[in-house]
Design a protein around this ligand. Sequence first.
Ligand code: KG4
Ligand code: ZN
Length: 358
Amino acid sequence: MNVLGIETSCDETAAAVVTGDRRILSNIVLSQVEEHRPYAGVVPEIAARSHLDHTDRLIGEAMAAAGIGWDGLDGVAATAGPGLIGGVLVGLTTAKAIAMVRGLPLLAVNHLEGHALTARLSDGLDFPYLLLLISGGHCQLLAVEGVGRYSRYGGTVDDAAGEAFDKTAALLNLGYPGGPAVEEAAQRGDAGRFALPRPMAGRPGCDFSFSGLKTAVRHTVAALPGGEANDRDSADIAAGFQQAVADVLADRARHAIHRFLSKFPSESHEGRHFVVAGGVAANRQIREVLSRATEDEGMRFTAPPLDLCTDNAAMIAWAGLERLRLGMTDDLTFAARPRWPLDESANPSGRVALGQAR
Ligand code: KG4
Ligand code: ZN
């Protein structure tokens, strides 16, 4: 079984072909980071136009690289939400056109489901497992129990973790995107120089909050001589900030692990995986702190390769493939959704509702 996947929900235009036996035949990602850099953030109109300019060509390239021909496809999957609606429309409409012309089933995929199921593509994991999704737009802990069966244990009440990195980088004049810049500066810094808060740490539950941490960074910068951070200050604040984020993520992860293991008790925790995904999972210190916390609590730490952790179309093709195998195909009238929570509490009828246009 082979599925073409299309991803256009944020600032990456991507197309990929994957197979039912977990091979990635092609996986092409075009980043728009240079187009958004002057604005230090993603501009929805620019993103949508850029997707429009590049989606067809990228699909052509992904199909050519896969080498199976259009007749070799069994389905076409596209992100149908959540995301920037202009971009989502470009990818979803293109997928519908291909499905119609080629007589293929359409799979309207939830972008978060793409992230959630990636570890089954990369590492062949069995259900259930625990997922921490930490990206620029999302920050949540989910139990992944089956295709279309997700329990959200907690999420951010304000900013996503990646957003906090980007805003901190802006306050420290480190450039855009902020995550890699903060990580680089932090390597030269002293995390102990400034006392920054650990929002939510020690509280019950699995929710996150990062806006107070960002505000603390702003106050710390304002209190410096001249109200500006020099290189030394920036490095020290970056290091303190990164350590605080890592500590908070580990604290919340421990709570989620306790909840997960009490719901899915197992004699051996060897087979119980804690998976991280999203751009922030690229951060080495965060990976280390999380991996230590996870293994302390008796779960195995799994991080898919970086190019599958950040936004890509292989994860969309794979989620489509998993749904296609279960007969969960979608109608060509499926409407793009700017918001689309993944968990059952927000979507009580579970897998059936996931595939229906509302
Ligand atoms: O998953 P992703 O590529 O796109 C979405 O947001 O969906 O994640 C991008 C986010 C940005 O906020 C970026 O600053 C952050 O991930 N990021 C990092 C690192 N690399 C990227 N944050 C911390 N450390 C990094 N090394
Ligand atoms: Zn994403």
